[in-house]
Design a protein around this ligand. Structure first.
Ligand SMILES: Nc1ncnc2c1ncn2[C@@H]1O[C@H](COP(=O)(O)OP(=O)(O)OP(=O)(O)O)[C@@H](O)[C@H]1O
Ligand SMILES: [Mg+2]
Length: 857
C-alpha cells in the first residue's frame, strides 16, 4: 500500500465507482494517518479541496447565475411575447418588436439584479453564523469553516457538535451519536474506535463510522474524514435535512394568490381572443393585445419584491444583531404571537457562578467542592454553564485522582457520574438535579458520619430536601453531589449509579438580566405572549419569573405532562406560562400543542436539549454561542443573547411583512382594475383601447414605481400586532377597490370620445397617462390603513412614484412619442386628469377605511 503523503490524483489512488463518483477508500486514509500525526498541511488541504471540491451536499454549478437569469425568460407569457416580436420583425414591423424586446429585457434585468443582490446579502449574513469544525492542520487545532474540510482531515468532536462529513473514529470517549435522521433509530448509539475492522470495510458496517447529518449527544472523540460533500454516505438525506423548512403560511398564501391570478389571466386571454374573433379584429393584433394584458395582470415582480423586501428586512435586523438564516423565516418572525424560551441565558444572564459548596450541616464543605470539581473536570460531554462555573473556581489538588470512566449527562436522568481512582479504590461521583440524585441515594453524610436511609419504609432524606427547597426558593440553582465506593474496573455502567451517599450541594447564582422585565412588558404590549419552558426546578423558575414580572396562574411540571393527553395539554399550554422540570421531548410537545391551537410559535434556546423544539417551532431562535445542533436547527440567530434584540427583530419582521402585502394589494386593486377596464373597452371600441406595446410599457413603468416598496415606512399601528396572512383582505381589495379604478377609466374613455372627439392615437395617449397616474399614485392611499396625510412614505418610494408619473406625463411630448404611438395632449385634458385623480384617490380612501373597519371587527 502506498502512502498518501501526496495529494491523491484521480488516476492513481481513487477508484471511479459505478455511480461515476470519486471515492477515496479507507485503507489509503489509514496509511496516511499512520505516517503523519500533524494532520494535513494547509498546502495539501488546498490541493485536496481543489480535487474533491467543497464539503457541501450539492455543489452549485458554475453557470448557476446564467441559468437563474435565463429562467426568467421561461415564463410562457414572456416566451409568447418574444415569439410575437420575431413574427413582427418578419412582418416588417420592426419598431414594435424592438420596443417589446427592450421592455422584456429591461424588466428581467431589473428583476434579476434586485433578486441577486438580496440573495447575496442573505448568503453573507448566513456565512457569519455558519458552523465550523475543529480541525488538526499544520500540527495545530483550528476552527475552520466546514465547507473547506477535505478527506484526510483530522477533526475533534464534542457533545453538541454536528458531524461535518463522513469520518472514521480514531479516538472516542463515551461518544454517543444521534443518527435518527439517517437510520430512524431515535436513541443515541455509542460509537467506538475499531482499529481492527477490516481496512476495506464499508463505513456503514463498522462501529467507528460517523456520518454527515448526525450529531454528537455526549462524549467526545477524534476522527479522520473519509468522504466529504456529495460523496458522503447519506449526503442526499443530509442535504434534504439542511434544506429549508416546509412551506410557511405566507408562502402558501402567495402561491395560491399566484394561482388565482393565473386563472384570471387564462380566462381573460380566451375572452379577448373570442371578442376579437367575433368582432373581426385583425388576429395578430388581438393576440398581442391579449398577451400584453396578461403580462400586465401578472405580478411578475412579486417574487423579486418579496425577496428584496425580506432581504432589506434581514439587513435591518442584522443592524440589531439578529441574523436571519432563511429569508422565509422573517414573515413568520413577524407573526409570532407566542414566544417560548428556556430560562438560562435568556431571562437570566447565563453567567452562572458558584456561590458555595455546602455540606448537609449547611456549612461550606471543601469535600463537596472537591467531588464537584472532579466530576466537572473529568466529564467529556457538553460543558454546561454549571460546569463552567465550577471549573472557573481555583482548582483543588486533584493529582491523586485519575479518571476511570464516566456515565454521561442526559436530560431525562438530569445527572452525570464520573468514576475516579484514588489509591487502590474507585470512587463514583454523581452530580445532578437534587430530585434525581436523591432518588439514587441510600445514605447521607452528616458531620463526617454516614446515616443510612431506610428506603423500604419510604424514609426520605428530609434534611436534604428542606435544604435544597429553601435554597431554590431564594432563586439559587442547586446541584446535589453524591458518591459511592466501588472496586476498580475498566468500565462502569448506569447500573452502578445507585446506592449512593449524599454529601452536599453546590449552590449557584444566575442573576436575572437587567432589561428583561421591560422587554417582557413591551412584548406583551405588541401582542407576543412569553412562556418559559425550563428544565430547572419549579422553585427556582418561579423565583426568576417573579423577579421579571412574568405571571402564570400556576406552574406545570414535567411529571404532570407525562400523564396528560394531547387535548388536555393544548388547553393547559394555552393558559399556563411557566413550565418547570420539562424534558426536551416535553418542551417539544408543548410547542406542538401551541401550534395546534393556531399560534405562530417562536422558540428560543441554546442547548442540546433545545434542538427538537427549535425544529418544531414556526421560528427557531438561537444565539451565536449556542451549541452547533441548536444553531443549526434555528432559523434566526441572535448575536447577543438579549430579549431586547429579539423584540426589535420581531418588529422588523412585521415591517417586511407589511411591505410585501402592500405590493399585493396594489396588484390586486389598481392594476387589476386597469387591466379589466381595458378588456371591457375592447368590446365597445372599434380600435384597440391601447396598443400592446403601450400596455407593456405602462406595466413596466408601474412596476418600476414599486421597486422601492421594500424601503417604505410601515405604520406604527401595523407593527404593534402580530401579522398574519389575510386572504380576505386581498380579496376584498380586489372586489371593492379594483372597480373604482374602472369607473375612472371609463370616465376617461367617455371624455376622450365625447369631449375631445379623440382619434385612436389621442385616445391611447389619454388613457395611457390617466391609467399610469391613477394606478401609481394610489399607492399613497393603499400603503397605510389610516389617513395618507398622516403616514409618511419613504423618500425613495416618494421619488420613484412621482418620477414615474412625470415620465408618463412628459412622454407624449418627446421624440419617443412617435414610435410609441403617442401624440401631445390638449391642455384641457390635464385639468380633467387632476380632478379625476383627486376624486379617485379620495374614493379609494373612503372605501379602504370602510374595509379596514369591517376587518377590525
Ligand atoms: N453539567 C451538569 N451536571 C449535572 N447536572 C446538570 C448539569 N447540567 C444540567 N444539570 C441538571 O439538569 C437540569 C436541566 O438542565 P438545564 O438547566 O440545562 O435545562 P434547561 O431546560 O436548558 O433549563 P434552563 O431553562 O435553565 O436553561 C438542571 O436544572 C440541573 O439540575
Ligand atoms: Mg438551557
Amino acid at each position: 500500500m502506498k502512502s498518501l503523503l501526496q495529494a491523491p490524483t484521480t488516476d492513481e489512488t481513487n477508484e471511479q465507482s459505478s455511480d461515476g463518483l470519486l471515492r477515496l477508500s479507507i485503507p489509503q486514509i489509514f496509511v496516511r494517518l499512520e505516517t503523519d500525526k500533524d494532520g494535513l498541511s494547509s498546502k495539501e488541504a488546498a490541493e485536496r479541496l481543489r480535487l474533491y471540491g467543497p464539503n457541501e451536499p450539492v455543489v452549485a454549478g458554475k453557470n448557476a447565475l446564467a441559468i437563474q437569469f435565463l429562467r426568467l425568460f421561461l415564463n410562457p407569457l414572456v416566451l409568447i411575447l418574444l415569439c410575437a416580436s420575431v413574427i413582427s420583425i418578419v412582418l416588417g414591423d420592426r419598431i414594435d418588436a424592438i420596443i417589446i424586446i427592450v421592455i422584456v429585457l429591461l424588466s428581467n434585468i431589473l428583476n434579476f439584479t434586485q433578486t441577486f443582490r438580496s440573495q447575496r446579502i442573505v448568503e453573507n449574513l448566513r456565512a457569519e453564523v455558519a458552523p465550523t469544525a475543529t480541525v488538526l492542520r499544520d500540527g495545530r487545532w483550528q476552527e475552520i469553516r466546514r465547507h473547506v474540510l477535505v478527506p484526510g482531515d483530522i477533526i475533534q468532536l464534542h457533545a453538541g457538535d454536528l458531524v461535518p462529513a463522513d469520518a472514521r473514529l480514531i479516538e472516542a470517549k463515551d461518544l454517543h451519536v444521534q443518527q435518527a435522521a439517517l437510520t430512524g433509530e431515535s436513541l443515541p448509539v455509542e460509537k467506538q474506535v475499531d482499529g481492527d475492522a477490516a481496512p476495506t470495510a464499508n463505513l456503514v458496517e463498522i462501529p467507528g463510522g460517523i456520518f454527515l447529518g448526525t450529531s454528537i449527544v455526549s462524549g467526545s472523540g477524534q476522527a479522520i474524514i473519509v468522504a466529504t460533500g456529495p460523496r458522503t454516505t447519506f449526503g442526499d438525506i443530509a442535504a434534504h435535512l439542511v434544506q429549508r423548512p416546509p412551506e410557511t403560511e405566507f408562502e402558501r398564501g402567495i402561491r395560491r394568490f399566484g394561482f388565482l391570478i393565473m386563472q384570471t389571466v387564462f380566462f381573460l386571454v380566451i375572452f379577448i381572443v373570442l371578442v376579437g374573433f367575433i368582432g373581426k379584429h385583425p388576429p395578430f393584433e388581438t393576440l398581442l393585445f391579449a398577451i400584453a394584458l396578461a403580462v400586465g395582470l401578472t405580478p411578475e415582480f412579486l417574487p423579486m419584491i418579496t425577496t428584496v423586501t425580506l432581504g432589506q428586512g434581514a439587513m435591518r435586523m442584522a443592524k440589531h444583531k439578529v441574523i436571519v438564516k432563511h429569508l422565509e423565516a422573517i414573515q413568520n418572525f413577524g407573526s409570532i404571537d407566542v414566544l417560548c424560551s428556556d430560562k438560562t441565558g435568556t431571562i437570566t444572564s447565563g453567567q452562572t457562578h458558584l456561590e458555595s459548596a455546602l455540606g448537609l450541616d449547611q456549612q461550606p464543605s471543601p469535600q463537596v467542592f472537591l467531588l464537584g470539581y472532579l466530576n466537572s473536570s473529568c466529564e467529556t460531554g457538553f460543558k454546561s454553564p454549571l460546569d463552567e462555573a465550577i471549573l472557573s473556581e481555583p482548582a483543588p489538588d486533584i493529582q491523586a485522582y485519575h479518571k476511570l470512566d464516566e456515565i454521561p449527562f442526559d436530560f431525562e436522568r438530569r445527572c452525570l457520574s464520573v468514576v475516579v481512582q484514588h489509591a487502590d479504590q474507585a470512587l463514583l461521583i454523581t452530580k445532578g438535579a437534587p430530585e434525581s440524585v436523591l432518588e439514587l441515594c441510600a445514605a447521607y453524610e452528616l458531620n463526617g458520619e454516614q446515616i443510612v436511609l431506610d428506603r423500604s419504609s419510604g424514609q426520605e432524606c428530609d434534611i436534604a430536601i428542606n435544604m435544597y427547597r429553601h435554597l431554590s426558593e431564594q432563586g439559587y440553582r442547586t446541584l446535589a453531589v453524591a458518591y459511592r465506593a466501588l472496586p476498580v474496573r475498566s468500565q462502569y455502567t448506569l447500573a452502578d449509579e445507585q446506592q449512593l451517599t449524599l454529601l452536599g450541594f453546590l449552590i449557584f447564582a444566575d442573576p436575572v438580566k437587567d432589561d428583561v422585565a421591560q422587554v417582557l412588558l413591551d412584548l406583551k404590549r405588541d401582542g407576543v405572549q412569553v412562556k418559559i419552558l425550563s428544565g430547572d426546578n419549579e422553585l427556582v423558575t418561579q423565583h426568576v419569573c417573579e423577579q421579571v414580572g412574568l405571571e402564570s396562574p400556576r406552574i406545570v411540571l414535567g411529571q404532570e405532562l407525562e400523564h396528560m393527553t394531547d387535548p388536555a395539554l393544548a388547553h393547559v399550554a394555552e393558559e399556563v406560562n411557566i413550565f418547570a422540570r420539562v424534558s426536551p421531548a416535553q418542551k417539544n410537545r408543548i410547542i406542538y400543542a401551541l401550534k395546534l391551537n393556531k399560534h405562530v410559535v417562536g422558540y428560543m434556546g441554546d442547548g442540546i436539549n433545545d434542538a427538537p423544539s427549535l425544529h418544531t417551532a414556526d421560528v427557531g431562535i438561537s444565539v451565536a454561542s449556542a451549541v452547533d445542533i441548536a444553531r443549526d436547527a434555528a432559523s434566526i440567530i441572535l448575536l447577543e443573547q438579549s430579549l431586547q434584540v429579539l423584540h426589535q427583530g420581531i418588529l422588523e419582521g412585521r415591517k417586511a411583512f407589511g411591505n410585501v402585502i402592500k405590493y399585493l394589494l396594489m396588484g390586486t386593486s389598481s392594476n387589476f382594475g386597469n387591466m379589466f377596464s381595458m378588456a371591457g373597452a375592447y368590446v365597445f371600441l372599434p380600435f384597440l383601447p391601447m396598443l400592446a406595446t403601450q400596455i407593456l410599457l405602462n406595466n413596466f413603468l408601474y412596476d418600476c414605481a414599486q421597486i422601492t416598496i421594500p424601503t417604505d415606512n410601515v405604520d406604527d399601528s401595523y407593527v404593534k400586532k402580530p401579522q398574519h396572512w389575510d386572504i380576505g383582505l386581498i380579496r376584498n381589495f380586489m372586489i371593492f377597490i379594483g372597480p373604482i379604478s374602472s369607473i375612472f377609466d371609463f370616465l376617461t374613455f367617455f371624455l376622450m370620445l365625447q369631449v375631445f372627439h379623440a382619434s385612436a392615437v389621442l385616445f391611447h395617449t389619454g388613457w395611457f397617462v390617466e391609467s399610469l397616474a391613477t394606478q401609481t399614485l394610489v399607492l399613497f392611499v393603499i400603503r397605510t390603513a389610516g389617513n395618507p396625510f398622516r403616514s409618511r412614505p419613504s423618500i425613495p418610494l416618494l421619488t420613484t412614484t412621482i418620477l414615474i408619473v412625470l415620465i408618463g406625463l412628459v412622454l407624449p411630448f418627446t421624440p419617443l412619442a412617435g414610435p410609441l404611438g403617442f401624440t401631445p395632449l390638449p391642455p384641457l385634458y390635464f385639468f380633467f386628469l387632476w380632478v379625476m385623480v383627486a376624486i379617485y384617490l379620495f374614493m379609494v380612501q373612503l372605501v379602504k377605511v370602510q374595509l379596514m373597519k369591517r376587518l377590525a371587527h
